[in-house]
Write a protein that binds this ligand. Sequence first.
Ligand SMILES: Nc1ncnc2c1ncn2[C@@H]1O[C@H](COP(=O)(O)OP(=O)(O)OP(=O)(O)O)[C@@H](O)[C@H]1O
Ligand SMILES: [Mg+2]
Length: 294
Amino acid sequence: MPKGSFHDTLETRGRLRGAQSADEFAGWRDLPPRLHPLEPPAWPLDLARLLHRLRLPHVREAGPAILARAQDEGWDYAQVLKVLLAEEAAGRDRSTRELHRREARLPSGKTFEAWDPKASAIPDEAQWALRSLDWMGRAENLVLVGPSGTGKSHFAEAIAHAAIDRDLRVSWFSLESLTATITRSRIDASTGKVVERIVRSELVVVDDIGLLPAGADEAEALYRLVDAAYEKRSLIVTSNLHPARFDTIFPKGLATAAVDRLLHHAHVIVTEGKSHRLTEAIEGRGVRPLVSAP
Ligand SMILES: Nc1ncnc2c1ncn2[C@@H]1O[C@H](COP(=O)(O)OP(=O)(O)OP(=O)(O)O)[C@@H](O)[C@H]1O
Ligand SMILES: [Mg+2]
């Protein structure tokens, strides 16, 4: 493990473990979609108020049905308590994940569900190792390099969704939006705080470096992020250009310093082949056939 990052990576690994135990709680609930054939009796008013006061909304919502089922099946008290609390834990986890997903601002909702591992040039073994997210527990980086349309952004976003599903926080940027965020922070001299806030996320993605022209502001933004995340947080960078050649698009000094830190603990994966976009377009699969209105 990189030096000096003990607490940060410990936190990430703790969250990854926490997500596993949350899945286990969800398993305990083991509730069929329709919990009880009859409408279960509502909570007595005083109990409903107590649950409200103790902020147990998920117990409050699912509790009556759980109790009705417990009565039908003769659960003991410990089992009832366990299932009620598991319901609360699972509900809170769901809410937290939804919040993390909204905050991450992922661009297009692409996940591994729509991902075809065989259609990608990324070796199978690397795909599965990256999908395990273990590398994030070690604050390692992922650099996806390859031509347009070879699945870099899709894979990065699918990893980001998988990270959120495992209770990690993600921030997604294009080089443009990262630069705008950092440049804006200069107005009130809050750059340090802004960067600190960004690297509170366990994973930060910078998508599509190299597509648009980059100058000193872009180089500074990338450097600040990479420096703050170095050996503490994981970054994913996607680019048409190998980072070793970033000095051809960025001003030299900062680019070298940023790339040095980025690559030190990075998995560099090359996506090759033809553009999926172009293949689909040529085969006529990029659009639905036009039909005239009746
Ligand atoms: N292995 C794959 N399985 C399913 N869909 C894929 C795969 N690879 C690419 N695609 C699809 O092909 C299209 C282009 O992929 P993507 O946007 O990820 O390319 P990119 O490498 O980021 O390109 P660019 O450099 O132009 O940004 C997307 O619609 C994506 O969903
Ligand atoms: Mg892309």
